[in-house]
Ligand binder design. Structure first.
Ligand SMILES: NC(=O)c1ccc[n+]([C@@H]2O[C@H](COP(=O)([O-])OP(=O)(O)OC[C@H]3O[C@@H](n4cnc5c(N)ncnc54)[C@H](OP(=O)(O)O)[C@@H]3O)[C@@H](O)[C@H]2O)c1
Length: 253
């Protein structure tokens, strides 16, 4: 398919590379910052612009992969007869409703510039305002991944919220753990087998079934010792108490 790519960030970069690998044609990269548009266009061997009036509109799909807060503002300034989609987990597709054909194309993964994700298993969640657009998005998704799903706006927003807990918050907890270890000159590497083992376990069972630790055992003396260790850090002390309470509520007999 012929694709106009709006954005040159982490998602636009990885998605653009995958689309080219799967023989789609990126007609052009638009980005607010010319240097960034050029950098991605070179990787994708295509044209680039930072002028909204020069955007290539003769495409099958225009993919808008920019910061959530600016999707509506920028797309209101564009004119497309073809299909236009955004890639956000939490922004409603209604921000594109001035178009005849619109929707979302949300790859559910955490992207970075450096690491190529495993596209074969990566869930692509799509939605469109009409059947023919949905079919087009389905064809595009199936060409780059084996994990295609149709999800409406409410479901996608809920998935995004769940992903924030499962990925962003858990990653911040890893950071907290790393900082706690640093205070005593201990390497974070020591925790990695534990983290990896837990993630591997949830491939085959619910996270609820593998909960361990003082909260689920109701080991009050250990909990109080941990709170004592955190007595000079109000935020972590409160966080520890809140998590302990949530775990105990979940596993109440
Ligand atoms: N990264 C992920 O893991 C991920 C996963 C799923 C979905 N998404 C979604 O994909 C979209 C892009 O995310 P990203 O992580 O790729 O972002 P990113 O790496 O931070 O890149 C941000 C992009 O937004 C553009 N931008 C920033 N402010 C702008 C403005 N005021 N007007 C126009 N363009 C502006 C930037 O253009 P310049 O650099 O040229 O200034 C850049 O192309 C978002 O909707 C996000 O929710 C991201």
């Amino acid at each position: 398919m012929k694709i106009t790519l709006i954005g040159s960030g982490k998602l636009a970069t990885q998605l653009g590379l995958r689309l080219v690998e799967k023989k789609h044609t990126i007609l052009q990269v638009y980005s607010r910052t010319l240097q960034n548009a050029k950098k991605l266009a070179i990787k994708l061997n295509t044209n680039y612009t930072n002028e909204l009036s020069n955007i290539e509109t003769n495409c099958d799909i225009c993919i808008v992969a920019i910061k959530d807060d600016f999707i509506q503002k920028l797309s209101n300034k564009l004119f497309f007869d073809s299909l236009i989609v955004h890639t956000s987990g939490s922004v409603s597709t209604e921000v594109l409703k001035k178009y005849k054909n619109y929707g979302s194309f949300y790859p559910l993964q955490s992207f970075s510039f450096e690491k190529t994700p495993n596209w074969e298993t990566l869930p692509i969640l799509v939605y469109a305002n009409n059947e023919s657009s949905l079919n087009r998005l389905q064809r595009l998704a199936n060409s780059i991944s084996n994990n295609f799903h149709i999800v409406n706006n409410q479901q996608r927003k809920q998935l995004h919220l769940a992903a924030v807990f499962a990925n962003n918050f858990s990653n911040h907890l890893f950071h907290i753990a790393e900082e706690l270890l640093k205070e005593k000159n201990i390497s974070f590497d020591l925790l990695k087998p534990l983290i990896i083992e837990s993630v591997q376990k949830i491939e085959n069972t619910s996270p609820k079934n593998i909960q361990t630790g003082p909260a689920v055992r109701n080991d009050m003396e250990t909990i109080n010792r941990h709170l004592e260790q955190l007595k000079n850090n109000d935020n972590l002390n409160q966080l520890y108490q809140l998590f302990t309470q949530l775990i105990q509520n979940t596993h109440k007999k």
